[in-house]
Design a protein around this ligand. Structure first.
Ligand SMILES: Cc1cc2nc3c(=O)[nH]c(=O)nc-3n(C[C@H](O)[C@H](O)[C@H](O)COP(=O)(O)OP(=O)(O)OC[C@H]3O[C@@H](n4cnc5c(N)ncnc54)[C@H](O)[C@@H]3O)c2cc1C
Length: 393
């Protein structure tokens, strides 16, 4: 599919109710929800879609429940997503099959394109290939927020009653809000991934293969069309000592008990910035941060899209309130709501990631999974049960 055509930003209105920066799951769902409620939304994305991004491509029950709550229950299946029925967990040389009761696999290229189209169909104006930079608060009786759009050599200033920053992990767009800063956790792992041809591994459809090693983990899943999505989190030390992502991936697969993949050096690897990070504060004058832009924890449990989509749902009532009248209470309320719906869930993943790094932890996990696979399966389903904010407002 060719990239979405690129409209000229100079032709667009310069005053908006809401400008959303970033069209990943968080930004696209927020734009969709607001446009459906009659809000004038501009969704700005720096890349051309469809685009691939490093991600395990597995939608958790939380992510699926959030899509359903947004009226997009059919979206994943319509794009060729399929149910994940089994996890093959490899730890310390032992591979154990674990039944999965829920979850779907869909490539990020398809998912993100479909969400962007849903936002557009709901009435949001979409600009791809355009970078957005947050500006200062605009002077006036009820100062608005300024956003600078950069499209090739063209620049355009627009203003909005509310700006939503959903620009992902590195979100280099916050120059206009110097009070907001990101703290990267010490020893944070980095993400890496690529797409492999269908015949690269004999991985059945509906099976998620997860290899856990001392220096990180590797997840493989077959997506629509048969290709294999490969996503990893690596310690930097392992990346260096293995000569790069391809070597680190094969090291972890072998340590976990899986056979090697065909040579991966020529694959189109993409690497991410350090994964585990916290950004604070999560709000400012006419400004809320959503999704990974608000903080992230390394993706062992595959919850990132669920957190991103949930944060968009949780923000909707506040954005609608802020369109009528913005006050500091909205900023405080967003920090509280984000903590309730996202940060609290991330705390468990952060703790699990830390535990798994302790000497002997892989062996303990190996023992539990190997001897009690049905208990492990029930625990996983319990931990993945969805919980959603009310969005009827
Ligand atoms: C190795 C790995 C495996 C993972 N596996 C899973 C998994 O299996 N399941 C799961 O649920 N999650 C997984 N995740 C997490 C998931 O990918 C993220 O949590 C999710 O993409 C967050 O969505 P988002 O909308 O916040 O950000 P993103 O999806 O990163 O989208 C942000 C968008 O903003 C755009 N942007 C950035 N700056 C600007 C700017 N200045 N102007 C305009 N646009 C801008 C970017 O181009 C991007 O398209 C994984 C992550 C990694 C690293």
């Amino acid at each position: 599919m060719p990239p979405t055509p690129n409209p000229l930003p100079l032709q667009i209105p310069t005053s908006w109710d809401v400008v959303v920066v970033g069209a990943g799951p968080a930004g696209a769902l927020a734009a969709h929800g607001l446009a459906r409620r009659g809000v004038r939304v501009l969704l700005v994305e720096q890349r051309l879609f469809p685009r691939w991004k490093v991600c395990g491509a597995c939608l958790s029950p939380q992510a699926l429940a959030a899509l359903e709550a947004a009226g997009l229950a059919e979206l994943v299946a319509a794009q060729g997503g399929h149910a994940l029925r089994r996890l093959q967990l490899g730890v310390s040389g032992l591979v154990s099959p674990i039944a999965l009761g829920s979850g779907q696999a869909l490539s990020r290229a398809r998912l993100d394109q479909a969400l962007l189209e849903a936002a557009e169909a709901a009435g949001a104006r979409v600009l791809t290939g355009t970078r957005a930079l947050l500006g200062p608060a605009v002077a006036g009786v009820a100062p608005l927020r300024e956003v600078v759009l950069q499209h090739g050599n063209a620049r355009l200033r627009v203003d909005a009653k509310v700006v939503l920053i959903a620009a992902g992990l590195t979100h280099r767009c916050l120059e206009g809000a110097p009070e907001i800063s990101t703290n990267i956790e010490p020893h944070s792992r980095v993400g890496a991934g690529c797409v492999l041809p269908a015949d690269a591994a004999g991985l059945p459809l509906g099976v998620l293969q997860m290899a856990v090693g001392r220096g990180g983990y590797v997840g493989l899943v077959r997506v629509e069309g048969g290709e294999i999505n490969l996503a990893c989190a690596f310690d930097r030390v392992l990346l260096r000592s293995s000569g790069g992502a391809a070597g680190a991936c094969q090291t972890i697969l072998a340590e976990a008990g899986f056979g090697p993949l065909p040579p991966l050096d020529d694959a189109a690897w993409q690497l991410t910035a350090a994964l585990s990070r916290r950004t604070r504060p999560l709000s400012g004058h006419r400004l809320l941060l959503l999704g990974d832009a608000a903080g992230y924890v390394e993706p062992f449990t595959g919850e990132g899209m669920g957190w991103a989509l949930t944060s968009s749902l949780a923000a909707l009532p506040l954005v609608l309130r802020g369109l009528e009248h913005w006050d500091g209470a909205i900023e405080t309320e967003w920090r509280r709501l984000h903590h309730r719906w996202v940060t609290r869930r991330q705390t468990f993943c952060r703790a699990l990631a830390l535990v798994l790094r302790q000497p002997g932890a892989s062996w303990a996990l190996h023992r539990v999974v190997g001897t009690l696979p049905s208990l492990t399966s029930s625990m996983i389903e319990l931990l993945r049960r969805p919980a959603l904010p009310c969005t009827t407002n």
